[in-house]
Design a protein around this ligand. Structure first.
Ligand SMILES: [Zn+2]
Length: 294
């Protein structure tokens, strides 16, 4: 599932193509993704200009000049592609993907569910094999009250987040720290992959209970959250500059994973010598080093 760094990469990749561009035509090939796409969205979008594109948690927010915001969530397998239909050369017409992720599934059929044509002949395609993504349109002045956004926790890469904020939100929790890190109400944007990576970096066991994490560990954790996310965003940014580097199903951060998907391999801390383990934790695969992470 695309997490904060992947959605941020998509956002940065899309911005130069869509901001300032007028939506000419909106085509939709099914009524629902995870939920129903709102009726009347076509009329609200066609003719409007995208003024800004931002990210909140794992959501993309397209601010329109009509006072509306188009909200998109990529779900488990959503992808956004851009093609330029004005180009004469065939290879330039071929849609370019805005970021490729570790779990990217190649389309096996007609999975382009929404197509937006712009006045400069660019085309934006929303493709989603598993259809866990979501699309909505909402008034911008009350966007923070939208049901998908209103309960989101702070953005980890802004000054709304700190070790003190983290401490106060977990100090009374009896849940596992890993489960808490993935809770969007506590912190916006983390999923399974980066929760595993952050805990390994912090040398904290995914099975520690939140209320047992002390102040100094909270500080280490908060620093790791920022560091891991920035590194992944940087890796995503370099993949956007040269699409040829991005091949097959491999995500751009994959080679730098410390624990995720490394079951049975040597821990990357040279002095450790232990192997990475995988266990099922609350229905998700947790990768960790039982020696480094206490
Ligand atoms: Zn280790």
């Amino acid at each position: 599932m695309p997490e904060l760094p992947e959605v941020e990469t998509v956002c940065r990749g899309l911005r130069p193509h869509v901001v300032g561009n007028r939506i000419l035509r909106y085509h939709q090939f099914r009524e629902n993704l995870r939920w129903q796409i709102p009726l009347g969205i076509k009329d609200k979008l066609e003719g409007s200009i995208i003024e800004e594109l931002n990210r909140r948690g794992k959501f993309l927010l397209f601010k329109l000049n009509t006072g509306n915001i188009l909200i998109m969530h990529l779900g488990m397998s959503g992808r956004i592609l851009i093609s330029d239909t004005s180009k004469k050369k065939k290879d330039l017409k071929k849609p370019k993907e805005m970021g490729v992720f570790f779990h990217t599934v190649k389309p096996t059929g007609p999975h382009d569910h929404v197509i937006i044509d712009f006045s400069d002949q660019k085309r934006m395609i929303y493709n989603d094999v598993r259809r866990f993504g979501a699309i909505d349109i909402f008034k911008s002045e009350i966007i923070s009250s939208h049901q998908w956004l209103s309960k989101l926790g702070p953005e980890p890469l802004t000054n709304h987040f700190s070790s003190e904020v983290l401490k106060s939100s977990i100090k009374n929790k009896k849940s596992y720290i890993k489960t808490a890190l993935m809770d969007q109400k506590l912190l916006a944007g983390l999923g399974n992959i980066y929760a595993c990576e952050i805990l390994w970096e912090s040398r904290i066991s995914p099975f520690r209970l939140c209320l047992k994490i002390d102040d100094s560990e909270c500080e280490v954790l908060a620093n790791s959250i920022r560091e891991i996310l920035w590194k992944a965003i940087e890796a995503g940014g370099s993949s956007l500059r040269d699409f040829k580097k991005v091949g097959g199903d491999l995500g751009y951060f994959q080679n730098s994973f410390s624990v995720y998907s490394r079951e049975g391999l040597k821990c990357k801390r040279n002095e450790c010598g232990s192997n990475i383990q995988r266990v099922n934790q609350s229905g998700r695969s947790t990768f960790f080093c039982s020696k480094c992470q206490q």
